[in-house]
Ligand binder design. Structure first.
Ligand code: ADP
Length: 339
């Protein structure tokens, strides 16, 4: 999202003025109608009264009676104008306050989105800078030495390659996340067997699971879901991947499928480290990683997996619910509409 030269405070002033113009146009319009009607009514009344007055003030000339009536009308006009002016001045003051409060309220979601966007950009820049700095420092140190034998050179290159891999993982994750928040293109959406999608997600994680001796148990299911196949696989990869990543070696990761109410619920269950209650409300935020000390040994993560999964689930009319007990394990449930 780019809003050149756009500041929230100037937008707030503009919106306040817009609301105020609307309020004052309505108030002035009503005042004008009210004034004209009141004067027309007063003139009619005075004309009727003028005849009666003429009969009562028998010795007074018609010009004098007309003069008295005119004076009354002028008085009435003056006092009406004064009251309407006070009313409009009051409305201007009240309208300014109301407009400002309304403008603040209307712009709050935009303000929050902009703050989140700038936080995201600075977090992304920070994460990108860490491997870049490592590559730069190692290369500089290697070049500073007089001689660089092939063993040292290989070590530096290997380490740089590792950092470059991290950069690749991060930029891919950022790209996937950016794509998931773009306008949804439903042209390639089709019906897919949920079983095939889960199989594909497991195949992507096979190496990781093998390294950790973690088994991923998938159920048999005939459920069919509608959507983008790649995105649906991307939805389950971080959930099953996390279950593997945050579980002790040799522990099982079990996936269960529960159909019902026009929906299908997929539970991804692990007996891993679990998530503390304080972290639970934040784990779907971009770049959020619970308790960094626990994550130290599992550096292959940037806190972008769950936000991506959540965005894909939402785009497919579903949601993700999490239940977790610190130290005992977690269950991530994906709820999707079925065909
Ligand atoms: P990451 O790349 O760090 O795994 P995610 O967005 O996938 O990022 O997850 C955010 C955080 O939520 C993780 O850093 C981890 O602390 C916590 N988390 C997610 N899934 C699990 C799980 N199955 N068990 C324990 N903690 C988890």
């Amino acid at each position: 999202m780019s809003l050149p030269h756009f500041t929230i405070s100037s937008a707030r002033i503009r919106l306040t003025l817009t609301y105020l113009v609307i309020i004052m146009t309505l108030t002035l319009g009503f005042s004008a109608v009210f004034y004209n009607q009141s004067i027309a009514e007063a003139e009619q009344n005075l004309q009727r009264q003028q005849q009666g007055l003429q009969d009562y003030l028998y010795f007074t000339s018609p010009e004098t009676v007309a003069g008295i009536a005119d004076a009354q009308l002028t008085n009435f006009r003056g006092s009406l104008l004064k009251r309407l002016a006070i009313l409009n001045a009051g409305m201007l003051t009240l309208g300014t306050i109301v407009s400002y409060v309304l403008a603040r309220r209307s712009l709050r979601p935009l303000e929050e989105a902009l703050a989140a966007q700038s936080r995201f950009t600075s977090d992304a820049a920070h994460e990108l800078r860490t491997p870049l700095t490592a590559i730069k420092t190692e290369t500089e140190v290697a070049l500073r030495g007089r001689k660089l034998d092939s063993t040292e050179a290989r070590a530096v290159l290997r380490s740089n390659l590792e950092e470059a891999n991290k950069l690749e993982i991060l930029t891919n994750a950022l790209l996937r996340l950016a794509r998931s928040s773009e306008k949804i293109d439903k042209s390639n959406w089709q019906d897919y067997k949920l079983g095939d999608i889960l199989d594909a997600a497991r195949a992507r994680l096979a190496d990781k699971a093998r390294q950790r001796h973690v088994s991923i148990k998938l159920p048999r299911t005939g459920a069919v879901v509608h959507g983008d196949p790649d995105q649906l696989i991307e939805l389950f990869v971080p959930l099953v991947g996390n279950a593997v990543k945050y579980s002790p070696d040799k522990s099982p990761v079990v996936v269960k499928v529960r159909p019902g109410d026009g929906k299908v619920r997929v539970d991804v269950i692990d007996r891993g480290i679990g998530i503390a209650e304080v972290d639970l409300p934040h784990i779907f935020e971009r770049f959020y990683r619970a308790d960094p000390s626990r994550n130290k040994t599992r550096a292959d993560g940037y806190g972008l997996g769950l936000p991506l999964a959540q965005a894909i689930a939402a785009a497919h009319g579903g949601k993700i619910i999490v239940k977790s007990k610190y130290g005992q394990g977690s269950t991530f449930t994906v709820e999707l509409p079925v065909v």
